[in-house]
Ligand binder design. Sequence first.
Ligand SMILES: [Zn+2]
Length: 64
Amino acid sequence: MAKSKRGHALWSLPSRGRGTCPICESTRIKLLYPRRATDGTNIKVCKRCDKVSQEKVDASILVK
Ligand SMILES: [Zn+2]
């Protein structure tokens, strides 16, 4: 399978896969990992935040 998180595959994504992570608030980081909050909201998070607890995912959407 092609690497979907590296190289030119990213260029077809909005902002080329980059943005501000809703959990750690790193700017211009690659947001490639989808997480789903308990209320059904889907968010994209960075590599570091892919492994965070469900509570942190839920908290990040409440802040907004
Ligand atoms: Zn993050």
